[in-house]
Design a protein. Structure first.
Lengths: 256, 638, 320
């Protein structure tokens, strides 16, 4: 079972992001790591390949040199090889450009399954994976909270507003995995050492056969302004009058 | 003669596998005759210092041990007398002082054995749970047989009138009344001397296969024990550029054990003093330091004898849970009469589980991730390290600034944990009030690596140590005050191995000094207060007085205080692992409650959080606060 | 200029989001249409028309509900090619997201996700950094501009009116029917859903464990028409399932009253509940960020305040 796992390096997932002068998030020089959301998908892929008994996991990422660290993390967890697409023209790429680039890279190899996270911790668009699926002509099984592969087909539990659906599809397909669907393994030091000698390929936009038109973003930031601050709140120390005060508020809101 | 030869041959044959195991084990890098080492050998072995930590059992053992030493020449006496009834040893043979001493000490051995049986059969302390009682009984009886035959032999010689200096042997003299002066006593005398020697030789053969081997291994084990504070772990250097086969990832199989670790296994006498004080064992967890050592020993012996295959020690000798239960408090190491260092082996086992296998309680993974990516166990952004200081005037040491007189190492807990932040603020304000020239590193401070190291992730610790040392050396820091006992221990005792040597003090030490020098007012507190000795300040580093001086006044001591303090439960990276009930911190908090104190004073943020959690869990009104906070409250004006 | 709205429909009618989006679409232009594909599609035309759709492109074919995304994209792409709308508004539902993303790839259009407002035919607005910054984005690129709107960004208001129903033939190639829904499961949820509840009671890290959520259940039960949610910290810790999560990567709620206990107010969480009309926060940390946006912030022990509050409400309810 061969799997391509989409990975992204994101700046400081736990920290407070800052905006640059161009209205875009500051990425250079910031501390960062493999997007925690992607680890769930990678763990799912590792489990599927282990269950299948054989197959390879390729990590795919689009990003500048610092993104190499995200690949190393994934390789340390057990992926077999990495591919990084980098190009000056990709700075400021939007979700469609990202999808085209990643789809072109995926298309260069054999695969049974493409795995992505539901949304990135810094971008939150949540649509890149679906766009990739369309470009590659694959069914997209999104929001999977549980996955099983057998006999050339994939079965998932898909998160819904009311609960979950059971969805199935023959392979090849694309799946996105929700946070918490798996428990990502912590790589051993031996894994980290082995990662250094695993193959990583670097590709440019032209290597992928894409023209420069295809990688032009179609959104620009017009203006950034401060949101109006929320008005009039008060903070009190808890005491015996507190339950009554809160209940009064509820009554005023006509909910009790 | 032939008997002796046979005995020696058998002895050598039986002891050879054990000797080989130790000889082939990895060098421990210790053994140089430092003054500490020599002093320790004398006090621990000859003066029985650690045994006497428990007075009754200590005396019991001391009598037997000293008796054994004193009576050694009497073996030769007996051997000589076997060859020629009338002969005696040159020099000692006719010495009345020696006769007296051997007589008295032989009797003390008898008393010792009697005490031992009393303890084991009447008192029956729980520390013997899991020990091989039958084997112990046999050993005691053999010892008894040796000294009884000795005394009776001398008694019979007195009865026969062939004893040298009979007046110097009061007990034997007393016993001589049992024997007639006639011919049957001559035979009895021969029987007794032969019996005496045969029991000794038999014992010698029995020795290697039993825990009595400790008489040979223990003195060596004490010699190889660590110099310096017990809080220090020895480095297991990892060079990622090296080939994987050349790197040691802790201890996986017995071939990874060091000479000291191997000797540890063969020095254990199953006394259970460690088991008795272990916080994990006390709260029903599967870990007992004694059983850990015994299980490792049994597995090593069985593998060496070819009875089972060479396998990883975890889980084949001990289960994973046992390795993770340890809080590294050092109570076991403190009690052990033969200086077994259980923590070193446990951490080495963890190193392999974490670095080679990635097999560890998963709830600790976020901590390791946080330390790795954000350089703190809570995964908080470095920029937030100064949040505690926002209303204070604290100097932040920037790159290129001149070094302060004292660098205040805040630590991750002190920076990010809201309860510990109060301690940090108190310390900062007290330092300012005392006019100390101090500064903090702020976002340049990274975790000392202590939680990663105790967890077994030695590489992660190594990286952080190297980075922090670079920062500290680059800033020209010479003196550091730490407000966390774990940071204190790591900076003071472990960073020198990574090129960082500074004068490191704990905040309670500095505060105590400042009070004594009149630069800070002493605390004027009311209400009953008890103090919880932090393991990494107290037992591991010998500081019990400074915090008490800062508290000032009378302290309602808990039964387990100072060197016998009972851990709060957070050490050994257990702060980030889940614990089953009954919990160590709850147990300790109950002990504090029983003192009737209204306040529990602590000197470490882990202790503060653990005991405060316990208080909240029990909806207790008892306040838990750091000594610095208690001092600041009464001595600093707002 | 044609503004379309993708309407999520079921046999029970159109989703509230469809009506909200139509209300907004009316603001932007007169030529508003809705696309309603799947069982219940044609039946929804009434409500959709009342809220501003002049035309409803509908189909009741179960191919749209039985298979994920691809049949809908196929039909929608066909409609787009035929009618050339300037802009299509999508709700942020699980299904609509996939459809918008796939459509974007097919048509090369601009897609903006997480919009909170549409300012014109090629400009939309979003909030970032926990809602503290407003960002206006120009949508360059070919029509139709696709906009994914955050839940409950607009209020639904009927305008009266009827829609012309245009039947959509579902001529879906087999190739696009690979992803198939086999079963639907509803998870045990007593009481209203988080998104619908008038009052939301949420717990965070401060609860210390799953057991404490019982206290919140009791409070919600006492209040009535209240749902229980959680911050990401509680979900990550495994105390409650993902469906409880409120925040940037969870549900967005806009109740009349939002009561939270043991939640510090991390940026990611605040995004999910900032729109609540009134916020009550109970925390032991006087410096918790949530207190800055709370209408009533209580610094204290939630383990004391929550049960006391439940008792107070029960007393008032029974008039004792």
């Amino acid at each position: 079972m061969n799997v391509v796992v989409l990975t992204k390096w994101v700046p400081e997932p736990e920290g407070t992001p800052t905006l640059g002068d161009d209205g875009l998030l500051v990425r250079e020089g910031a501390d960062g790591a493999l997007d925690p959301g992607d680890e769930y998908g990678l763990e799912a892929a590792l489990q599927l390949v282990e269950a299948a008994g054989d197959g390879e996991i390729t990590l795919l990422t689009m990003g500048p040199e610092v993104a190499h660290a995200a690949l190393q993390r994934g390789l340390a967890m057990g992926a077999h090889k990495g591919v990084r697409v980098t190009d000056d023209s990709l700075r400021g790429a939007d979700s469609l450009v990202t999808a085209r680039v990643l789809a072109a890279a995926i298309g260069r190899q054999e695969f049974d399954l493409v795995v992505g996270g539901v949304e990135s911790t810094d971008g939150y668009t949540g649509t890149v994976s679906a766009a990739i699926a369309e470009l590659l002509g694959l069914p997209s099984l999104t929001f999977a909270r549980k996955l099983e592969a057998a006999d050339g087909s994939l079965k998932i539990e898909r998160q819904t507003a009311a609960g979950y659906d059971v969805v199935t599809s023959p392979l090849p397909a694309l799946v996105t995995v929700t946070a918490g669907a798996t428990e990502p393994r912590y790589p051993s030091l031996k894994g980290v050492m082995a990662a250094k000698s695993k193959p990583v390929e670097t590709l440019s936009v032209s290597d992928l056969g894409l023209s420069s038109d295809e990688v032009v973003a179609t959104q620009t930031v017009a203006e950034v302004s401060d949101a109006p601050p929320k008005q009039g709140g008060e903070t009190v120390e808890a005491d015996d009058t507190t339950p009554a005060r809160i209940a009064d508020l509820l009554a005023e809101a006509k909910v009790i | 003669m032939a008997v002796v030869v046979v005995t020696v041959v058998l002895f050598v044959q039986r002891v050879r596998p054990g000797v080989a195991l130790v000889a082939n084990a990895r060098p421990s890098g210790r053994g140089a005759p430092t003054p500490d080492r020599i002093t320790r050998e004398i006090t621990h072995v000859f003066l029985q210092k650690k045994l006497l930590q428990k007075l009754g059992p200590g005396l019991m053992h001391a009598f037997i041990f000293w008796g054994f030493i004193v009576l050694l020449p009497t073996i030769a006496e007996a051997a000589v007398a076997i060859v020629d009834t009338e002969s005696s040893l040159p020099l000692l043979g006719g010495a009345s002082w020696f006769a007296f001493v051997s007589d008295v000490f032989a009797t003390l051995v008898v008393i010792g054995v009697a005490m031992a049986f009393f303890i084991r059969k009447v008192l029956k302390p729980d520390r013997f749970r899991g020990s091989h009682m039958g084997e112990a009984d046999r050993i005691l009886l053999l010892i008894l047989a040796i000294v009884v035959t000795f005394l009776l032999w001398n008694a019979s010689r007195i009865a026969l009138g062939i004893a040298e200096v009979p007046d110097s042997r009061p007990v034997a003299d007393l016993l001589s009344g049992l024997f007639s002066t006639g011919g049957s006593t001559e035979i009895v005398e021969r029987i007794l001397v032969w019996a005496h020697l045969l029991v000794i030789l038999g014992f010698l053969v029995f020795l290697p296969g039993s825990k009595h081997l400790h008489i040979a291994t223990a003195p060596a084990n004490v010699w190889l024990a660590k110099d310096g504070p017990t809080g220090r772990l020895e480095p297991n250097r990892i060079d990622l550029e090296a080939a994987e086969e050349d790197i040691r990832f802790g201890v996986a199989t017995q071939t990874d054990l060091s000479k000291k670790q191997m000797l540890d296994l063969f020095s254990c006498t199953e006394c259970g003093r460690c088991q008795e004080v272990c916080p994990a064992w006390a709260t029903g967890k599967p870990l007992s330091p004694k059983l850990l050592i015994m299980d490792l020993r049994d597995r090593v012996v069985a593998e060496a004898a070819g009875e089972v295959e060479l396998q990883p020690l975890v889980p084949n000798a001990v289960i994973d849970q046992v390795v993770w239960d340890c809080v590294t408090c050092g109570a076991c190491v403190r009690e052990c009469p033969v200086d077994i260092e259980h923590i070193d082996t446990i951490v080495d086992l963890r190193r392999n589980l974490v670095m080679a296998e990635s097999r560890f309680p998963q709830e600790a993974a976020p901590m390791l991730r946080g330390v790795e990516n954000q350089e703190n166990p809570w995964g908080q952004p470095a920029s937030a390290r100064l949040d505690w200081a926002k209303d204070l005037d604290v100097r932040v040491l920037q790159e290129g600034d001149p070094a302060p007189e004292v660098l205040f190492w805040v630590g991750c807990a002190g920076a990010f944990d809201e309860r510990a932040q109060k301690t940090t603020q108190s310390v900062a304000r007290l330092l300012a009030a005392a006019g100390i020239d101090s500064a903090v590193l702020g976002p340049r401070e990274k975790c000392t690596g202590d939680p990663a190291r105790r967890m077994g992730h030695e590489y992660l610790f190594q990286m952080l140590a190297e980075q922090n040392v670079e920062t500290l050396n680059g800033a020209g820091v010479t003196k550091i005050v730490a407000s966390c006992a774990h940071c204190f221990n790591t900076l003071a005792n472990e960073y020198p191995d990574y090129g960082g040597t500074y004068e490191v003090v704990h905040h309670t030490q500095l505060l105590s000094e400042l009070i004594a020098a009149g630069r800070l007012q002493p605390r004027t507190g009311v209400g009953k207060i008890t103090y919880h000795d932090a393991c990494y300040l107290g037992r591991h580093n010998g500081e019990f007085d400074a915090p008490r001086e800062v508290i000032g006044g009378e302290i309602e001591e808990m039964p387990r205080n100072r060197e016998r303090s009972f851990c709060c439960g957070a050490g050994g990276a257990r702060m980030w692992m889940e614990e089953e009930s009954p919990r160590i911190n709850d147990t300790r908090f109950d002990e504090a409650t029983e003192t009737g104190a209204e306040t529990v004073a602590t000197a470490c943020p882990y202790c503060l959080v653990m005991l405060d959690d316990a208080a909240k869990g029990k909806a207790s009104d008892i306040r838990v606060a750091d000594v610095a906070t208690l001092l600041a409250e009464t001595t600093l004006v707002e | 200029m044609k503004i379309w709205v993708w309407a999520d429909v079921t046999p029970d009618g159109p989703a509230p989001s469809a009506l909200e989006l139509l209300t907004k679409a009316r603001d932007l232009d007169d030529e508003v249409a809705a696309v309603a594909l799947g069982p219940g599609g044609t039946a929804s035309a009434g409500a959709l028309g009342e809220h501003g759709a002049k035309t409803v492109y509908a189909s009741d074919d179960e191919v749209f509900s039985k298979h994920l995304a691809q049949p809908a994209v196929h039909a929608l792409a066909g409609l787009v090619e035929e009618h050339d709308p300037a802009m299509i508004l999508f709700p942020a539902s699980y299904d609509a997201r996939d459809i918008a993303g796939r459509l974007q790839a097919r048509t090369g259009s601009t897609l903006m996700a997480n919009a909170t407002d549409v300012l014109g035919p090629d400009k939309a607005r979003t909030e970032i950094l926990g809602g503290t910054k407003i960002v206006d984005v120009e949508l360059n690129g070919p029509a139709p501009k696709l906009v994914l709107i955050r839940p409950q960004s607009f209020a639904a208001e009927p305008a009266g009116g009827t829609a012309e129903v245009v039947d959509v033939k579902a001529d879906v190639p087999d190739d696009l029917k690979k992803a198939e829904r086999l079963e639907r499961h509803e998870e045990e949820a007593s009481g209203p859903r988080l998104e619908d509840a008038k009052v939301v009671v949420a717990g965070g890290r401060g609860l210390g464990g799953p057991d404490a959520f019982e206290q919140l259940d009791k409070l919600a039960a006492a209040i009535g028409n209240a749902a229980v949610g959680a911050s990401r910290a509680a979900v990550d810790a495994g105390w409650v399932p993902y469906s409880f999560q409120i925040g940037q990567t969870g549900k967005t709620v806009k109740p009349e009253v939002y009561i939270c206990a043991g939640i510090s107010g991390a940026l990611q969480h605040m995004v999910g509940m900032k729109g609540a009309k009134r916020i009550v926060a109970i925390t032991k940390d006087p410096d918790a960020p949530i207190l800055k946006i709370a209408d009533l912030g209580v610094v204290g022990d939630l383990f004391k305040v929550v049960p006391a509050l439940t008792e107070e409400i029960e007393k008032r309810r029974t008039g004792s």
